[in-house]
Design a protein around this ligand. Structure first.
Ligand code: 2AM
Ligand code: CA
Ligand code: CA
Ligand code: CA
Length: 269
């Protein structure tokens, strides 16, 4: 029996709204901030708290479903068989800590490897990006239109400057060359928000050299509904279980950008 994806989406929105209130409330207190493997990779007590909260709600309501989360949930999951929730309790933790805005909660539901529901909640802007497979994508109450083709000289690209800073190559296929040919670049510090921005036309493309399924799973569901092409740097669909490169762009532009990132190597620490 297939689930009622709309009902499940509404359930997810309700829990994410509660989690969002917890996050907003926490901003007025002192927060415990720790570093993960890399000193610039932060995690707070609220990342764990929201992930546990959502995991508990999902387990109580949908006991047969599996949950994969960034911080500690579902580390043993090796297959996308059945119904899998993929959650990022805070996407943009650096923004959460330093800026106290531009962070999101990202929740996706995947059935047998197919994205069914995607919700990205930009907490401080109170913006809800939601999609159910085959039923279109929405920003709050408004349905998002299909995207149209665009060329690089008219395109604004979401790109983290760190990748540019680390690039050694300066040839015709370098990122530097790509940036110079584009209209402009932006960096918001939250992959989920940047993917939602491509879905809603605020960006024409977003790319990253290293993301995990919880960063992009919900975004992939939204982007498919509006006709944005979403692949890894080889042109294949990004994995729901493993880390991946990610290139999303409006039609036409996607192929032009693939030229720059395909087989891209030559970074320095
Ligand atoms: P996070 O805040 O959930 O960790 C920042 O450019 C974006 O990249 C955020 O969406 C961030 O998600 C994600 N990201 C993925 N891997 C990261 C890492 N190792 N360090 C910092 N941000 C990372
Ligand atoms: Ca993180
Ligand atoms: Ca993330
Ligand atoms: Ca996170």
């Amino acid at each position: 029996m297939t689930a009622d994806w709309n009902e499940l989406k509404n359930q997810a929105v309700k829990w994410m709204d509660e989690a969002g209130k917890m996050l907003k409330e926490s901003l007025s207190h002192h927060l415990q901030v720790d570093k993960k493997s890399d000193p610039n990779d932060l995690v707070t007590e609220m990342d764990y708290k929201v992930e546990r909260f959502l995991n508990e709600k999902i387990n109580d309501t949908y006991p047969g479903h599996l949950v994969l989360g960034e911080e500690e949930t579902g580390t043993n999951i090796e297959s996308t068989d059945g119904v899998l929730w993929i959650i990022d309790p805070i996407d943009g933790t650096t923004n959460f800590v330093h800026q106290k805005f531009n962070f999101a909660i990202s929740v996706a539901v995947v059935e047998n490897g197919v994205g069914k529901v995607g919700v990205i909640y930009n907490v401080m802007h109170d913006e809800w990006y939601t999609a159910v497979e085959g039923e279109g994508a929405y920003l709050n109450e408004s349905q998002l239109p299909e995207v149209t083709p665009v060329d690089l000289p008219e395109a604004v690209i979401g790109l983290n400057g760190r990748w540019l800073a680390r690039e050694k190559r300066r040839d015709e296929r370098s990122l530097h060359r790509m940036v110079r040919k584009s209209r402009s670049v932006r960096s918001y510090g939250s992959a989920a928000i940047e993917l939602a921005y491509v879905a809603s036309g605020r960006l024409d493309s977003y790319m990253s050299f290293s993301l995990s399924p919880w960063d992009y799973a919900a975004g992939l569901v939204l982007l498919k509904e509006v006709g944005v092409t979403a692949t890894d740097f080889k042109g294949e669909p990004p994995s729901y279980l493993q880390s991946s490169t990610v290139l999303v762009a409006r039609p036409g532009l996607h192929n032009q950008l693939l030229h720059y990132v395909h087989d891209h190597e030559g970074f320095q620490e």
